[in-house]
Design a protein. Structure first.
Length: 209
C-alpha cells in the first residue's frame, strides 16, 4: 500500500493557512502555492538515492555524496498542477517537465483526459505528479494510469490538500504510489469539493471563475 505522508513542517502549515483564506487574491495565492511547492520538494526528495563521488576542494581530495542518476520529471495535472511546477524547479532545475491535461465532467464528476505530453525517457525517471487538490482521486488515478501505460515505474503524488476519500481511492488503484500532502482535510461535499479545502485551486491560481 502506498504510504500517505502529511508534511507538517511549521512553515508549510503556516503558508497553507494563508491560501485557505478566501480573501487572498490571485497574485498572493500563486506566490504562496509556489513557496509551499518548494518546501514540499525539499521534503519529498528526502529519500532520493545518493552515491559516492570524489571531488577536490581547495584543500584536499575527498569522497562525498551526490544524487545517483539525477533523472527526475515533474508532471503537473493541468491546470492547477502548473502552479506547483516552478516551486519544484527551484530545487531541481535539471528536471524535465511533462504535462497531463484533464477536466472534470460536471455531471459525472469524473476526469476526462485531453492532453498528454511526456519526456521520452519517463521509464528511467523518478516522477512527481503534482496537483494542489486530491479530492475524489479520479484525476490522480487517471494521470498515474497514463504514466504507467507509457512505461513509468517510479511515481509519487504531491498535493497541497487531500480528502480521505481521494487518498483511499489512489491507494487502492495504485498501491505502489506514495502520496505527499500538506493537509489531510475532513471530507468531500456533495459537489466533490474538499472541506474545508481552499476552493477551486485552478480558479484561484489563474483568476478565473
Amino acid at each position: 500500500m502506498g504510504e500517505l505522508h502529511v508534511i507538517d513542517h511549521p512553515l508549510i502549515q503556516h503558508k497553507l493557512t494563508i491560501i485557505r483564506d478566501k480573501r487572498v487574491g490571485t497574485q498572493q495565492f500563486r506566490q504562496v502555492v509556489n513557496e509551499i511547492a518548494t518546501l514540499m520538494a525539499y521534503e519529498v526528495t528526502r529519500n532520493m538515492v545518493t552515491e559516492d563521488v570524489v571531488v577536490e576542494t581547495p584543500i584536499a581530495k575527498t569522497t562525498q555524496k551526490s544524487l545517483a542518476g539525477k533523472k527526475v520529471a515533474i508532471i503537473p495535472i493541468i491546470r492547477a498542477g502548473l502552479g506547483m511546477v516552478d516551486g519544484f524547479l527551484e530545487l531541481i532545475p535539471a528536471a524535465k517537465v511533462g504535462h497531463i491535461g484533464m477536466y472534470r465532467d460536471q455531471k459525472t464528476l469524473k476526469p476526462v483526459e485531453y492532453f498528454v505530453k511526456m519526456p521520452s525517457d519517463i521509464e528511467q525517471r523518478e516522477l512527481f505528479v503534482v496537483d494542489p487538490m486530491l479530492a475524489t482521486g479520479g484525476s490522480a488515478i487517471m494521470a498515474i494510469d497514463a504514466l504507467k501505460k507509457r512505461g513509468a515505474k517510479k511515481i509519487r503524488f504531491v498535493g497541497l490538500v487531500a480528502a480521505p476519500e481521494g487518498v483511499k481511492a489512489v491507494q487502492k488503484a495504485h498501491p505502489d504510489v506514495d502520496i505527499y500532502v500538506a493537509g489531510l482535510d475532513d471530507h468531500l461535499n456533495k459537489d466533490g469539493y474538499i472541506v474545508p479545502g481552499l476552493g477551486d485551486a485552478g480558479d484561484r491560481l489563474f483568476g478565473t471563475k
